[in-house]
Write a protein that binds this ligand. Structure first.
Ligand code: C5P
Length: 283
């Protein structure tokens, strides 16, 4: 059975100072996008759990959150079947698009159903949070404000901007390292003040872009000056703000509709020789 696993962007990402548990408190507007991985689940007679992927370099063992999600549900399995899982990967790794977390959330939902585990949404949320900070969002997409370390979710309207251009440079940003540089730079926003001033989903794409902030841009650009240069070049080319998702390296800009996004994406690819994907936002 085929399950789709979408990428996300952090439209808005504000981060407080490091907590005692090694995580950072955040307030972030997450929104899913139309760039999808596919997960194909096949029930097998043998009592096995195996995973394959069409992309070399994707670990298909206990390092993969999909396998960890399956292991977390195994004690509740009510059918005498194993599982073969195949991942068709389109979401780049190390891109700040949450591909691994999305795969984990998709696996939790799918396996809960296929193994008849009977776990409630609240239990899946709690299991998801043990797998990774971004996993719970994917159980509540397409559009939500996430708080805590990412696990406290409040759904909100998707933005009026229905199209996004994802700019995907061949740069992998390791999330823990970006957070470490954030600490080294002495950064940390007052999240209480942020709460009074969250962006309004109803405003037009360009206006929205003007008020979007990502507190991880400073440390990511410090670690990768090439990414900072690319952002500047993209903004010059498209004539409106370009933001970064998560800990990078994906950059994005927003439009009302897909036609305009497609035109801008091909211009970015032609002029800047970097992959740019036009797709839906918050669908
Ligand atoms: O939870 P996840 O495995 O995605 O987090 C990866 C790393 O990102 C953490 O080990 C931590 O260094 C950093 N992180 C953080 N604060 C968050 C989320 C992630 O410091 N809210």
């Amino acid at each position: 059975m085929l399950f789709r696993s979408p990428a996300k962007v952090n439209l808005y990402l504000r981060i407080g100072p490091l907590r005692a548990d090694g995580f950072h408190p955040l307030v972030s507007w997450f929104c899913s996008v139309g760039l999808l991985d596919d997960l194909e689940f096949t029930l097998t007679a043998a009592d096995e759990l195996t995973m394959t992927s069409d992309v070399a370099g994707v670990p298909c063992d206990e390092r993969n959150l999909v396998i960890r999600a399956a292991r977390a549900l195994m004690p509740y399995r009510k059918v005498a079947s194993g599982l073969m899982i195949h991942l068709s990967k389109r979401i780049p790794m190390g891109g700040g698009l949450g591909g691994g977390s999305s795969n984990a959330a998709t696996a939790l939902r799918a396996i809960n159903q296929l193994w008849d585990c009977g776990r409630s949404d609240a239990v899946l949320d709690a299991l998801g949070a043990t797998l990774g900070s971004d996993v719970p969002f994917f159980l509540h997409q397409p559009s939500a404000i996430c708080r805590g370390r990412g696990e406290r979710i409040t759904s909100i309207s998707a933005p009026r901007a229905r199209a996004i251009v994802l700019i995907l440079p061949p740069i992998e940003m390791p999330t823990p390292q970006v957070y470490r540089r954030f600490d080294e730079l002495g950064l940390g926003t007052d999240l209480e003040a942020i709460e009074r001033n969250l962006p309004d989903p109803a405003i037009a794409p360009r206006e929205l872009l003007e008020v979007l902030v990502n507190d991880l841009e400073a440390p990511a650009f410090d670690l990768s000056p090439a990414l900072a240069d690319l952002r500047c070049a993209c903004e010059r080319l498209v004539g409106q703000p370009v933001r970064m998702s998560g800990s990078g390296s994906t950059l994005f800009t927003l439009y009302e509709g897909l036609d305009e996004a497609a035109e801008v994406a091909s211009r970015i690819e032609r002029e800047l020789k970097v992959r740019a994907v036009p797709t839906t936002l918050g669908a």
